[in-house]
Design a protein around this ligand. Structure first.
Ligand SMILES: Cc1cc2nc3c(=O)[nH]c(=O)nc-3n(C[C@H](O)[C@H](O)[C@H](O)COP(=O)(O)OP(=O)(O)OC[C@H]3O[C@@H](n4cnc5c(N)ncnc54)[C@H](O)[C@@H]3O)c2cc1C
Length: 335
């Protein structure tokens, strides 16, 4: 255990706060030992810190899950089941899968963070979510240290959410994730417009999973700031899901509104469009602003504190509410 360490290198916003008690966990046995030791205390589980905003020094013990290991545990003619330690870096796993010609996660390339956190908010990008390939998540219930495996259906996945972000928030430590990837006849997901545009422009007739990975990786480099250069946590808010009535009301008042059909009766609004249309691309407060190529990304432009970033995010939230009567919901975990 380390005492009083800076969390600056443990969160992609680069916020400099102190952790009073910090535990590196490298195996399930070690996780059990530490959880036993901390039985009565509330804890914070940390992966790569790319979806967290620390607003103050952290008194509660932090458990940083660093459990490694990638293993094929089942193989058929067409697919493999792969067990991955929660502490593996997600993007490194995706690149490994592509290099082995295993398909299913290529659209999720370049998403920062660890494998164990990926199911928490059901990471998604370019038309694919982890739920599409996830078989199970295993780990420990913190209150009684019971080992548990959640099958995909039990994870209650939805847009940027799961049971681990709702009823089991901070109550379950994921130590292992099992995914099913294809060995051949890969399903290519190219419907997402900006991805399809590049495929067409490059005149690629039958894109491979390697092509998809390369194209998505390139698009992301342009759209999103590299956290090692500009502190950020990706999308700060979720895209709001609204009814047909709300959509009609907004379309009547705001031309150019950007939205997508979510299902039969619901629509997803572009939160970036709402934020941009409140003028936030031109507003900076202290060392905080939104990214020039994507207004949904709040950036730390210098040595911003977590409180300053949070306060800026709440200003965005109240301005969008006032102008559009839409309440944005944070995607980032505020601590
Ligand atoms: C530049 C950038 C781009 C991004 N793009 C995307 C994107 O396209 N799509 C997307 O969905 N997300 C995106 N994100 C958000 C982020 O990368 C993902 O949410 C990622 O899965 C977070 O992983 P992490 O290990 O950093 O989690 P952390 O930030 O460490 O933790 C996130 C949450 O998960 C909990 N948690 C972490 N590990 C565990 C565990 N082992 N067991 C139980 N709970 C745990 C934490 O307590 C916390 O509540 C982006 C972030 C950045 C900075």
């Amino acid at each position: 255990m380390k005492k009083n360490i800076s969390l600056k290198s443990h969160n992609s916003f680069g916020v400099d706060v102190i952790s009073k008690e910090f535990y590196n966990i490298k195996s399930e046995d070690q996780a059990l030992k530490v959880l036993n030791l901390l039985k009565e205390k509330k804890i914070i589980i940390l992966g790569g810190g790319t979806n967290i905003l620390f607003t103050d020094d952290i008194e509660k013990p932090i458990i940083n899950i660093k459990i490694k290991g990638i293993k094929i545990i089942y193989e058929s003619n067409n697919s493999v089941h792969i067990s991955i330690g929660a502490g593996e870096v997600w993007d490194e796993f995706v690149r490994w899968a592509i290099s082995k010609n295993l398909g299913g996660v290529e659209n999720l390339i370049s998403i920062p963070g660890f494998v164990g956190a990926a199911p928490i908010q059901n990471i998604g990008a370019y038309g694919v979510e982890i739920k599409d390939v996830l078989i199970s998540c295993s780990g420990f219930l913190i209150e009684n240290l019971e080992k548990k495996k959640f099958k995909s259906i039990e994870c209650e996945f939805s847009y940027r959410s799961s049971i681990f972000k709702k009823s089991l928030k901070n109550k379950f430590i994921i130590t292992e994730v099992v995914l099913k990837l294809s060995k051949n006849k890969h399903k290519i997901h190219r419907a997402y417009k900006s991805l399809d545009d590049v495929i067409k422009n490059k005149k690629i007739k039958n894109p491979t999973i390697k092509d998809i990975g390369e194209i998505v990786s390139d698009i992301r480099k342009y759209k999103l700031p590299d956290p090692s250069l500009i502190g950020n946590s990706g999308s700060f808010f979720k895209n709001p899901i609204v009814s047909q009535d709300t959509l009609t009301r907004l379309k009547e008042r705001f031309s150019g509104l950007v939205f997508y059909k979510e299902n039969r009766s619901k629509y997803k609004l572009s939160a970036a469009w709402l934020i941009e249309n409140c003028g936030f691309k031109k507003i900076k407060e202290k060392n905080v602003g939104v990214y020039k190529n994507q207004a949904l990304v709040i950036t730390n432009l210098g040595n911003a504190t977590g409180k300053e970033i949070y306060s800026f995010s709440q200003k965005i939230k109240s301005t969008v509410l006032e102008k559009f009567d839409i309440l944005l919901e944070e995607e980032v975990n505020i601590i």
